[in-house]
Ligand binder design. Structure first.
Ligand SMILES: *Cc1c(COP(=O)(O)O)cnc(C)c1O
Length: 340
């Protein structure tokens, strides 16, 4: 199905590379581990939100907006990519940041994504943890309208049917790359937060009649809640593009065993996964999303859930700027069980 009818602003370096991870594969004893480098989408350090923002900002410009407003946690990668994309589009940008981490490193409050938001020119509004951020988004939108501006409101993570189109398109890109390598993909592993990435991939695969399972590892809430969230957004996205079929409940695979105490709260397995991938492949994961999803994948490999010949693709959704907000966590623990 052609998505050309949807307005789109070119922001993304695509196709992003699909790379084999030979040393990690050998160290873990198979399966064949591939990494899809959506941390390399461009736009101020890149990440998965850039794919969504191509359609969100396309829509904003089509509607004649002159300002973008969005919300996120203090170290939100989505907010940083949105501020950068707004700058490229010549739009103003207000970022509403929720202070929801209970016990942050000192750097969490001003380094990493927060520093980049400031550099990229966002107007920043802080809100305490537990704020209704959707209400805050609407309030700021109303204030801007009262001042004669034309704001375009982007929800948390850019996860609505418009934003999810970015990953409907990405599914096509992934299948093309696998086909170019004559590779059968066993499954795709992805961190699942505001759900647009997993939902978009599901719709994209359904549209292309592909049965490749997409395994989400939840990073912010229980498996049941996240499963319902992904399913609802996938169905809304399917309806939005006129897919003409339903997304099956059992196609939405979510596990939350590696979430730990909650969103952005570090776990020892996350720290080990970030260190292991760095030392095996020279690749940087992030502490909030990909580190926890990789911890899940590593544990599942240890449980013998894959055959050594399976080709498993880990979607690297970016987020490395967040490393600089977790300096104490990531540098304090001595690593164990790692090869010299
Ligand atoms: C936002 C984000 C995710 C989760 O994607 P969703 O579409 O919100 O589920 C994963 N990884 C990183 C680095 C992110 O910033």
């Amino acid at each position: 199905m052609n998505l050309d009818r949807f307005a789109r602003l070119a922001l993304c370096h695509a196709p992003t590379p699909l790379e084999f991870m030979p040393r990690l594969t050998r160290h873990l004893g198979g399966p064949q581990l591939w990494i899809k480098r959506d941390d390399c989408t461009g736009t101020a350090l890149g990440g998965n939100k850039t794919r969504k923002l191509e359609f969100l900002l396309g829509d904003a410009l089509q509607q004649g907006a002159d300002h973008v407003v969005t919300v996120g946690a203090l170290q939100s990668n989505h907010v940083r990519q949105t501020v950068a994309a707004a700058a490229r589009a010549g739009l103003g940008c207000t970022a509403i940041l929720e202070h929801r981490h209970p016990d942050p490193d000192a750097d969490y409050l001003r380094n990493g994504n927060v520093l980049l938001d400031v550099l990229l020119g966002a107007e920043i509004i802080y809100r305490p943890g537990g704020t209704d951020m959707f209400a805050a988004l609407r309030e700021v939108g109303d204030e801007l309208r009262a001042r004669g501006r034309k704001p375009y409101l982007i929800p948390s993570g850019g996860s609505n049917p418009v934003g999810s189109l970015g990953y409907v398109v990405a599914a096509q890109e992934i299948l093309q790359q696998a086909s170019d390598k004559s590779m059968d993909l066993h499954s795709i592993v992805v961190a699942s937060g505001s759900a647009g990435t997993q939902a978009g991939l599901l719709v994209g695969m359904a549209q292309l009649q592909s049965a490749i399972p997409i395994q989400g590892f939840a990073v912010s809430q229980t498996a049941n809640l996240q499963q319902a969230r992904v399913l609802a957004l996938a169905q809304a996205t399917a309806d939005f593009i006129g897919l003409g079929k339903d997304i099956a409940n059992d196609a939405v695979k979510v596990n939350a065993d590696y979430l730990g105490a909650g969103y952005s709260i570090p776990t020892p397995a996350m720290v080990e996964a970030v260190q292991l991938v760095a030392r095996m492949e020279g690749l940087l994961l992030d502490p909030v999303y990909t580190g926890k999803a990789m911890a899940g994948l590593i544990d599942w490999i240890g449980q013998g859930r894959y055959r050594s010949t399976d080709n498993v693709m880990f979607l690297h959704t970016g987020g490395q700027a967040g490393l600089f907000g977790f300096c104490d966590t990531l540098s304090a623990r001595p690593s164990t069980a790692l090869p010299a």
